[in-house]
Ligand binder design. Structure first.
Ligand code: F6R
Length: 235
């Protein structure tokens, strides 16, 4: 794994933004895997400021909560529209359908989409418990897109986005670890002391389903961009 340690979250955003734009610039077509949450906000801000040409770029998001309408203020559909899709002219934008009547079928359809349009570059955040996408500890490394029950740690970390704690959904649809590992290139970003344990485990722990991010150890093209705090337990 290629590891880049920078000063802070702002620097992470700059480095990651430049790598992402360089990857799709000049290509005929490109499939870009995206994440939500706090970590990518700086990157999306740079997209809005610089407005690179993305007319040939199709996006696929990692995950979506189960049971929220697309236009719910707290859905990832809304997050992506507000942060990115309303501001740039992407070719197509896709997120898993967490509100489908038949969720199993929706998972299968999403996995088919990912197979038809292999991800060229996948952007990932990192959960405090080592999750990638919403693949919680214990998820086998070959899983396709599937429904997950969110752990207490994840629901707790995400409660800041909801008015009441009990509004945090209990389930989500996520690309599986198997789906993520098929991406040709992966960029994982993590900042702050809260991520330090997970970063240490991801980089130096044994490859184990107890820490989903250790699955990336076997991928041949991964760049980890972290700040000094997130990297502090690795020195
Ligand atoms: C979001 C996602 C999650 C987050 C992770 C970190 O689409 O898949 O894995 O990347 O929970 O979240 P933040 O960035 O809010 O710390």
């Amino acid at each position: 794994m290629n590891i880049i340690v920078v000063k802070n979250a702002e620097e992470i955003a700059k480095v990651a933004y430049e790598k992402i734009v360089k990857a799709f610039e000049g290509k005929q077509e490109f499939t870009l895997g995206l994440a939500t949450g706090g970590s990518p906000l700086g990157i999306y801000d740079l997209f809005r400021q610089h407005k690179p040409n993305v007319s040939h770029v199709m996006t696929v998001n990692l995950d979506e909560y189960v049971g929220l309408a697309e236009d719910d203020q707290t859905s990832y559909h809304t997050y992506m529209a507000e942060q990115l899709f309303n501001h740039l002219n992407f070719k197509e934008n896709h997120l898993p359908d967490g509100n489908a009547k038949d969720l199993d079928e929706a998972c299968k359809e999403y996995e088919e989409l990912l197979k038809k349009h292999p991800v060229d570059l996948q952007l990932l955040g990192l959960g405090e418990n080592g999750h990638i996408g919403f693949n919680e500890p214990g998820t086998p490394f070959n899983t396709p897109t599937h429904i997950v029950e969110l752990t207490e740690s994840t629901r707790n970390a995400n409660k800041i986005y909801f008015e009441n704690e009990e509004d945090v959904p209990t389930h989500a649809v996520t690309m599986g670890i198997g789906s993520i590992l098929r991406a040709k290139e992966v960029i994982l970003i993590a900042s702050g002391i809260k991520k330090a344990e997970a970063v240490k485990e991801m980089l130096h722990g044994k490859e184990d389903i107890g820490c989903p991010a250790t699955a990336l150890q076997k991928h041949s093209n991964v760049t980890i961009v972290v700040d000094e705090e997130a990297y502090s337990l690795c020195e």
